[in-house]
Design a protein around this ligand. Structure first.
Ligand code: NAD
Length: 371
């Protein structure tokens, strides 16, 4: 029996409400009397940290994040902090976490719960049972490459430059994450790039092939052009298992895949750092894809499923609690099957509930599954 340390950073707006529902499940796991347990620590981030300390995250909170087995992050931001100096804006807290923990791999599952298949913009038969994992490189590529500027030319025209840069080391480590994940799932990786028009695409293709040969010959690898990948996701999404791609294409493809499965309130994510050389443990952060939703914050209306499903990812990837992770996912599916819906996923004939009732229902299902 192991004890896992979790740092809870609820942040702002509905982050506070949805992380409370994760705490409910942590309390449940700790009280069950067998199996792994959790010790939790809490701190503030985003606007809440700015109000308390004048910065988006303190050094003390960062030190806790460095020590924790996993960070559970809610959401940050809101109109209250719109005029805060750029370096202290709420998002700076999340960016510092990503940078200092070197979270280079962003995992975005696109799962279609059968009960929500009719809410997808695609036909039920295309999306029912869909389970794709998009692995996006998060710390390199065109969002960070230098030069990055807008300059005025001698003739008065303005010219903007963004620079797409990747090293073989950056590609190698993200490819390994994708192959490792595929082994625990459908054993297939699609690597998406634009080798036909971009040098970084050529290198990406080469390095992924090399890693495949030396590290994961047992996994099926297919290379796909990123634009074709976007088309295939709409045409026949179930052909995919794991898709690994760079920061820019990953940004677009993960949003595309996510929207096949319904609401923002349903979408979890994980960000992983490099394994520690001695312990093999990775730094990790788990968060819903959605933001702080100021329009519904404090009203008990937020869908907690994205945050609870992010917790299930933490159980799977940081705590090695695979059975428990599956049970949390099953509990979510059962609650949806029974017709409970928060406002964002409400459908005719279903019963609308708030954040707390949805969290309680998931806990009740979990309790029944583990009895
Ligand atoms: P948002 O994701 O907060 O909300 C978009 C819409 O989706 C809103 O109508 C909201 O009510 C709804 N929604 C989102 N999550 C929901 C949930 N769990 N249940 C029910 N409905 C939900 O995006 P936004 O409105 O563009 O941004 C609001 C604030 O959040 C901004 O300050 C933005 O900078 C910040 N933000 C933070 C993160 C983050 O912390 N990772 C991500 C995105 C946006």
């Amino acid at each position: 029996m192991a004890t896992h340390s979790l740092l809870l950073l609820p942040g702002d707006g509905i982050g506070v409400e949805t992380i409370a529902e994760v705490e409910r499940l942590i309390v449940f796991f700790n009280a069950r009397g067998s199996g792994d347990t959790f010790v939790i620590d809490r701190d503030v981030v985003g606007g809440a940290a700015y109000d308390a300390h004048g910065v988006a995250i303190t050094d003390a909170a960062m030190a806790k994040a460095q020590q924790a087995d996993a960070v559970m992050f809610g959401a940050v931001g809101g109109p209250k902090w719109d005029k805060v100096a750029y370096e202290h804006r709420p998002e700076a807290g999340l960016l510092r976490l990503r940078k200092d923990l070197d979270l280079f791999a962003n995992l975005r599952p696109a799962i279609c719960y059968p009960a929500l298949a009719d809410a997808s913009s695609l036909k039920r038969e295309l999306v029912e049972g869909l389970d794709i994992m998009i692995v996006r490189e998060l710390t390199g590529g065109v969002y960070f490459g230098e030069p990055k500027e807008i300059v005025t030319l001698e003739n008065g025209e303005r010219r903007a430059v963004d620079t797409q840069i990747y090293t073989s080391r950056e590609i190698e480590r993200i490819a390994k994450v994708a192959f490792d994940l595929a082994r625990k799932r459908g054993n297939k990786v699609h690597s998406a790039e634009k080798r036909n028009v971009m040098k970084t695409g050529v290198l990406w293709n080469q390095v992924v092939s090399e890693v495949h040969k030396s590290y994961a010959p047992d996994v099926v690898l297919e290379h796909i052009l990123a634009d074709n990948c976007a088309m295939q996701l709409i045409r026949n999404p179930k052909q995919f298992d794991v898709i690994v791609t760079d920061n820019l294409f990953g940004d677009v493809l993960s949003d595309e895949a996510a929207m096949m499965t319904g609401s923002l309130g349903m979408l979890p994510s994980a960000s992983l750092g490099a394994p520690n050389a001695k312990t093999g443990k990775r730094k990790t952060l788990y968060e819903p894809v959605h933001g702080s939703a100021p329009d519904i914050a404090g009203k008990g209306l937020a869908n907690p499923i994205a945050t609870i499903a992010s917790f299930a990812m933490a159980l799977r990837y940081s705590c090695d609690m695979l059975a428990e992770a599956d049970l949390v996912d099953t509990a979510i599916a059962r609650v949806l099957d029974k017709g409970l819906r928060t406002g964002d996923i409400m459908q005719p004939g279903m019963r609308q509930v708030g954040t707390t009732e949805m969290g309680q229902a998931i806990e009740t299902e979990l309790r029944a599954l583990m009895a």
